[in-house]
Design a protein around this ligand. Structure first.
Ligand code: C5J
Length: 226
């Protein structure tokens, strides 16, 4: 597939995908954001909004796997001793369960705990990169940038949660580092529909100032022609 370009129908205009340089990055599809008893729920959010996108995230992942293109997963999580968790982050939001506290799914957003795991339906398969990230952005304090460079990846398709927090932060980090970014609209979600809509509008405004957005069907259609 090296060298070819595939036009993916997108907003604000066609996304010129180069399959040899393209990867999918699935942000934080973790039990702690999607299941009752987790971090998202402890902040008072309706987590059922997150589980509704699982089928679309799943078929996007499958499309990349079928095309032989890389799938990268991220997990927001911290070391058990909390040495990578600044007090400013731990104390934010006044949740009933803070990061590191023991909840029904183990310690909240701590590496290796049951609630920190990626949803089983979307679990990484052998060979896929999993980035454990202490921040909202996936480039901060992780090896992501080096791993992408080693593989010659210059374009990223984004899925995951939440649209306006970890997804948008990572897209902005990637955009500033020179990556062309495309957000899969049905494969991302927020606890707040108005924030998702605003994030999508902001990303593609001003001639794709942060990146493009596209429907999952259009991305899959493009991959099928790769
Ligand atoms: C949040 C995330 N919202 N993955 N994390 O705290 O968006």
């Amino acid at each position: 597939m090296t060298g070819i370009t595939i036009d993916i129908t997108a907003e604000p205009f066609v996304f010129p995908a180069r399959p040899a340089e393209l990867a999918l990055i699935v942000i934080d599809m973790q039990r702690d954001f999607a299941e009752p008893g987790g971090f998202g729920a402890s902040l008072g959010n309706d987590v059922s909004r997150i589980t509704k996108i699982v089928p679309d995230v799943k078929r996007l992942i499958q499309g990349f796997r079928d095309a032989g293109l890389p799938v990268i997963h991220t997990m927001e999580c911290h070391r058990p001793d909390l040495s990578d968790l600044p007090p400013a982050k731990r104390n934010r939001g006044n949740p009933s369960l803070k990061i590191g506290d023991l909840g029904p799914m183990g310690r909240v957003l701590i590496t290796g705990e049951p609630g920190t795991a990626i949803l089983p339906e979307l679990a990484p398969i052998a060979g896929e990169i999993v980035i454990e990230k202490p921040g909202k952005g996936a480039f901060y304090a992780t090896e992501l940038g080096d791993l992408l460079k080693e593989r010659g990846i210059t374009q990223l398709v984004f899925a995951g949660v939440t649209t306006e927090v970890c997804v948008q932060t990572t897209m902005r980090e990637a955009n500033d580092r020179g990556y062309e970014c495309l957000l899969a609209e049905e494969a991302t979600e927020s606890y707040f529909p108005e924030f998702k809509a605003a994030a999508i509008a902001m990303i593609r405004a001003q001639g794709a100032i942060v990146g493009w957005t596209a429907h999952v069907d259009d991305i899959l259609e493009g991959l099928a022609h790769a």
